[in-house]
Design a protein. Structure first.
Length: 383
């Protein structure tokens, strides 16, 4: 296992689209959706353990979730949980992790890392050439051996090339809820890794059908790979405002002054995604096509698609259910509870912590607004 391989897991979201199952005080990444005794976060960490040293796994999250993470992943040290004092999207989140890894690499190397005249780390030094994979905490991977093989293949590429890479999933349907990546088939490939031609965010149905039919497009998984030098260079070029805010604290990473520095400076970073801030602008972006049973568990609909169904297409999670003239529903209640459905088709029925949601699957895009309305009307009681 390579001690220069790092994993950054982003676990700060609140998962409002899975309300009422997912709540502010216990969002979806901490929940056991499938009744297997492991949360999505635990499954994500388990997935990386065979190829990333546990001491090199960092979890970036909201400060409110730190203790929950340490309870679910007890072999993590507290300093491996990086707490964002404010929500600032994925680019500052990853920027924080980059600063932390830079400090960790220097600490491991001791006094052997040369400095430039102004005291900065010499980025051309081989000791600083860490490989990093960045992944969300709430994805489902069904074929984990294939997933790890894809990550290791990506690391071989990023180890030798100063590039930015993402994993692209082979589309199985014209999905409108995912972003798409167009691979440049005209370029010479590197063992099946392509230069990226275009990014398209969540196309309409007609365009998604064209994308899938062309064979040139992949789903954007939101899983990124790069070496430390390449991503650092990209931030300096495309996100200097993030570098400006976080660079003064690089020498404080891993010390008792880290938290105070981040409390003061992290909220000053712009609210911007890594896709928009870097990936869509940089010329050295590549994509590795992959297929390992991937799903972004972002909605009740995606959970429904992945779950076992009865002959009428109904999905029952955690609880019990009886169906009469009812098809293609997804039902989840607290364990030991029973739902009885009569004449209901294509619905979400979910109950948790005093909230019962009954909503057509086709209208689940309105759940976020329902959460907002409930927060205003009941002053956060059910959020």
């Amino acid at each position: 296992m390579n001690e220069k391989n790092y994993c950054v897991i982003m676990a700060g979201g609140i998962g409002s689209r899975f309300w009422p199952f997912s709540r502010n005080n216990r969002p979806k990444q901490f929940l056991d959706f499938f009744g297997i005794g492991r949360s999505l976060l635990q499954m994500t960490v388990d997935r990386f353990r065979p190829i990333i040293p546990i001491e090199n796994i960092l979890i970036v999250t909201n400060v409110a979730y730190k203790q929950m993470i340490l309870e679910q992943i007890p072999d993590l040290r507290p300093e491996q949980v990086l707490c964002e004092p404010a929500r600032r999207n994925t680019a500052p989140c990853i920027g924080y992790a980059i600063a932390h890894i830079k400090g960790d690499m220097r600490k491991k190397a001791g006094q052997n890392v040369p400095l430039t005249a102004d005291g900065a780390v010499d980025w051309d030094n081989e000791l600083m050439n860490a490989n990093i994979v960045v992944a969300p905490s709430d994805h489902l991977i069904l074929q984990e051996d294939k997933f790890r093989a894809a990550i290791l293949k990506g690391f071989e590429f990023t180890k030798k090339n100063d590039c930015l890479m993402t994993l692209g999933m082979q589309p199985t349907r014209p999905e409108t809820g995912y972003g798409y990546i167009q691979k440049d088939a005209s370029e010479v490939t590197y063992n099946g890794i392509y230069k990226v031609k275009t990014f398209t965010e969540k196309p309409d149905r007609e365009l998604a059908e064209v994308f899938v039919k062309s064979g040139e497009f992949l789903w954007n998984s939101g899983i990124f790979l790069w070496n430390l030098r390449a991503i650092r260079t990209a931030y300096i070029q495309y996100l200097p405002e993030v570098v400006e805010k976080l660079k003064p604290g690089e020498m404080l990473m891993g010390t008792d002054k880290e938290e105070a520095f981040m409390q003061e400076n992290f909220p000053l970073c712009p609210n911007i995604s890594i896709d928009y801030g870097v990936m869509e602008k940089a010329p050295n972006v590549y994509v590795q096509p992959a297929s390992f049973g991937w799903s972004d568990l972002g909605t009740w609909g995606s959970l429904y698609e992945l779950s076992d169904k009865d002959p009428q297409g109904n999905v029952t999670l955690k609880s019990e259910a009886m169906y009469y003239d009812s098809e293609n529903n997804v039902v989840t209640l607290p364990a030991g509870h029973l739902a009885v459905l009569k004449g209901l088709n294509d619905y979400i029925v979910a109950e948790a912590d005093g909230v019962l949601l009954i909503c057509p699957k086709s209208d689940e895009q309105h759940i976020r607004q329902m959460v907002t309305d409930a927060e205003v009307r009941f002053k956060g009681k059910f959020n």
